[in-house]
Design a protein around this ligand. Structure first.
Ligand code: THU
Length: 146
C-alpha cells in the first residue's frame, strides 16, 4: 500500500489481480460517460462484499450543479441493485483523459457510509495509479450519532 503522501504520483504501484480487474471495469464504465460540458470521462467500480462489482459513470447536466460523479452513480446503482446493507470492499476510479484525479470530496463523504475504512481505493496518478485505504482519503467523515 502506498502512503497518502505519495498520492497522486506513484507510477510504480503494482495492482493485485482483483484491483486490476476493478480498474478495467472502471475504465469500461468511463466509456459511457455523458460529459458534454467538461469532456472529462470518469468511471468508477465498486467491489462489494457480496462478490459483485457495480460500476458507474459521470452524467453531466446543462444545469452544472446537477451533475453526478461516477463514484456516486456507482454507489446509488449498487444500493438500488443489492439493497441498503451493501458494504464496499474496494473502489477503483478511472478516467479516459490520462490525467491524475482523486475522488471528489462529495463522493468520499457519500462512499463513507458504505465503505470499509481499510478498503483500497485506486485512482489515476501521474504516470500510473495510486492505491490508498479509504480512511486515509477521508479522515473525519461527517457522522451523526443518534
Ligand atoms: N467527476 C467525477 O465523476 N468524479 C469525481 O470524483 C470528480 C469529478 C466528474 C464530474 C464532472 O462530470 C467532471 O468529472 C468534471 O468535474
Amino acid at each position: 500500500m502506498v502512503k497518502a503522501t505519495q498520492a497522486p504520483g506513484n507510477a510504480s504501484t503494482v495492482l493485485t489481480p482483483s484491483l486490476k480487474r476493478l480498474m478495467v471495469a472502471a475504465e469500461k464504465a468511463a466509456r459511457n460517460s455523458y460529459s458534454r460540458y467538461s469532456g472529462f470521462k470518469v468511471g468508477a467500480a465498486l467491489q462489494l462484499s457480496n462478490g459483485k462489482i457495480v460500476t458507474g459513470t459521470n452524467v453531466e447536466n446543462v444545469s452544472f450543479g446537477l451533475t453526478i460523479c461516477a463514484e456516486r452513480a456507482a454507489l446509488v446503482q449498487a444500493v438500488a441493485k443489492y439493497g441498503p446493507r451493501i458494504r464496499v470492499k474496494a473502489v477503483a476510479v478511472a478516467n479516459l483523459n490520462k490525467t491524475a484525479s482523486t475522488p471528489c470530496g462529495a463522493c468520499r463523504q457519500m462512499l463513507s457510509e458504505f465503505t470499509e475504512p481499510d478498503a483500497p481505493v485506486v485512482f489515476p496518478a501521474i504516470g500510473g495509479v495510486s492505491v490508498m485505504p479509504f480512511r486515509e482519503l477521508l479522515p473525519l467523515a461527517f457522522e451523526m450519532k443518534p
